[in-house]
Design a protein around this ligand. Structure first.
Ligand code: NAD
Length: 468
């Protein structure tokens, strides 16, 4: 049996040992073959579904403690999506896991030719804190469906969710196949020294480079679900009131800590004032006169991010919001207008409740603006003119795009979710996760008959010529 461990400095012997044992047990369980039958995978998926249904309140409470997430938002933003993915996997698994017939050529007309999806082995899932259940369980659903074992490493920053996940998963799923390893940077780095068959990382691009370096040491394939600055263009001819209501929701839900939140608005100067007023009106509808008192408005995950986000605002006078309270890590929903394209606010992903507006002269200028920057995870276009919106899609690139709304492409399991360039690599959701975490094995089954047809490919070639 292969031992998939490499030497590592024993700086934290006890924990390192536990992590190694968890990974070793997962591999041994995988090698036992028990994930191979589709029935086993279905049974695990049903158990995961039961966990979400039975523990919804505990999960919502953990997120309330982690980021003051509204109890109403957790089912809407995370749990319904996870449940839908499980249901889809359960209903389609036999089809996804079945051999896929492919075209034959002249020499293989009588043969069996197919692609067999098969498990990769042990997958390492490293999650971020902002949607800690979705970013760990959605890849896990695909890993289970594809017949893999998976080691789940949730983020230490969303501590309550992380500890709850560690307590719950072994109560519902096979204890050896799907261990949860908790901890921070050093625990993750220890895990990354070990050999896996796929690494599925969600988080920022700086750490992604380290994950990729670690994966390279073992030639491990990986999926990187990253972030970046997702632009939102609002055309002057659209229904600005509706556009702003949708943008305000997508930007300020989860306190702006959403990977595909619209990072900034691009619009013509003639509508900037109206955009600001519509957002102001919507914020009042959503969170009342003082968002700090609203049960629907979140908080920043930790002090480091709180200081970072306030730093981005330095030197600006917001047209909306700007208030903060360090004791609660509260930052009000904030809008900044006429933001210069090269300002600090426009250099890094905001990942907080600040919404800059940058003016452009028209849609062509907006297209240029987007194309001059890194490829974003999402692009949003608000326009009444479908042809113009499609032109903007054709002339730009991004991981995904939604026209006349925000975030919604994420909710469709049929659409591959993932980034491009600096916003990530690989894709998931629905069958895309299953495919991402499977090996697509090329299978050709020939018979030993009809050998005369094969003679032309055997040497010596002189004899072949003589025959012709
Ligand atoms: P984070 O700090 O929780 O880090 C993510 C994971 O990496 C954690 O499990 C953490 O323990 C581990 N980690 C952190 N530093 C490490 C290091 N030096 N070495 C090894 N492991 C390390 O989360 P984050 O990075 O702040 O997450 C926010 C980012 O994630 C944003 O850029 C956001 O856009 C992106 N994101 C992307 C998606 C997506 O689906 N594309 C979803 C959520 C978040």
């Amino acid at each position: 049996m292969l031992v998939y461990l490499t030497s590592a400095p024993e700086t934290r012997p006890a924990t390192v040992c536990m992590e190694r044992q968890a990974v070793r047990r997962a591999r041994e369980a995988f090698l036992s073959g028990r994930t191979r039958p589709v029935e086993f995978r279905l049974q695990q998926l049903h158990a995961l579904q039961r966990m979400i249904t039975e523990k919804e309140t505990e999960i919502s409470t953990a997120l309330k403690q982690d980021i003051n997430r509204s109890q109403y938002d957790t089912p809407l933003l995370e749990l319904i999506g996870i449940e839908n993915e499980i249901k889809l996997a359960i209903s389609k698994l036999s089809e996804w896991a079945a051999p896929r017939s492919v075209e034959r050529n002249l020499f293989t007309l009588k043969d069996e030719v197919y692609v067999q999806p098969e498990p990769l082995g042990v997958v390492l899932i490293i999650g971020a804190w902002n949607y800690p259940w979705a970013v760990t369980l959605q890849p896990l659903i695909g890993a289970i469906a594809a017949g893999n074992a998976a080691v789940v490493k949730p983020s230490e920053l969303s501590e309550c969710s992380s500890l709850l996940l560690r307590a719950l998963l072994p109560r519902y799923l096979d204890k050896d196949l799907y261990p949860v390893v908790t901890g921070g940077v050093s625990e993750t780095q220890d895990l990354l020294r070990l050999r896996f068959d796929h690494i599925f990382y969600t988080g920022n691009s700086t750490v992604a480079k380290q994950v990729m370096e670690a994966a390279a040491r073992h030639l491990t394939p990986l999926t990187l679900e990253l972030g970046g600055k997702s632009p939102c263009y609002i055309d002057k001819d659209c229904d600005i009131r509706v556009a702003c209501r949708r943008v305000t929701w997508g930007k300020f839900v989860n306190c702006g800590q959403t990977c595909i939140a619209p990072d900034y608005i691009l619009c013509e100067p003639c509508i900037q004032g109206r955009v600001v007023e519509c957002i102001r009106q919507t914020l009042l509808e959503f969170y009342g006169a003082d968002p700090k008192c609203s049960p629907d408005y979140g908080r920043i995950i930790n002090q480091r991010h709180f200081i970072r986000i306030l730093g981005l605002m330095e030197g600006y006078t917001p047209v909306i919001g700007g208030q903060s309270d360090a004791s609660q890590r509260y930052i009000a929903p904030t809008v900044l207008k006429d933001v210069p394209p090269h300002s600090r606010l426009m250099q890094e992903e905001i990942f907080g409740p600040l919404l800059p507006i940058v003016t452009v002269s028209d849609m062509d200028d907006a297209i240029r603006f987007v194309n001059e920057r890194e490829k974003p995870l999402a692009l949003y276009i608000f326009s009444k003119d479908k042809k113009a919106a499609k032109r903007m899609i054709e002339e730009t690139t991004s991981g995904g795009v939604t026209v006349n709304d925000v975030l919604m492409h994420y909710t469709l399991s049929s659409l591959p979710f993932g980034g491009v360039g600096q916003s990530g690599m690989g894709r998931y959701h629905g069958k895309h996760t299953f495919d991402q975490l499977s090996h697509h094995r090329a299978c050709l089954i020939r018979s030993l008959g009809m050998e005369s047809l094969n003679l032309s490919r055997y040497p010596p070639q002189d004899r072949q010529r003589a025959r012709r």
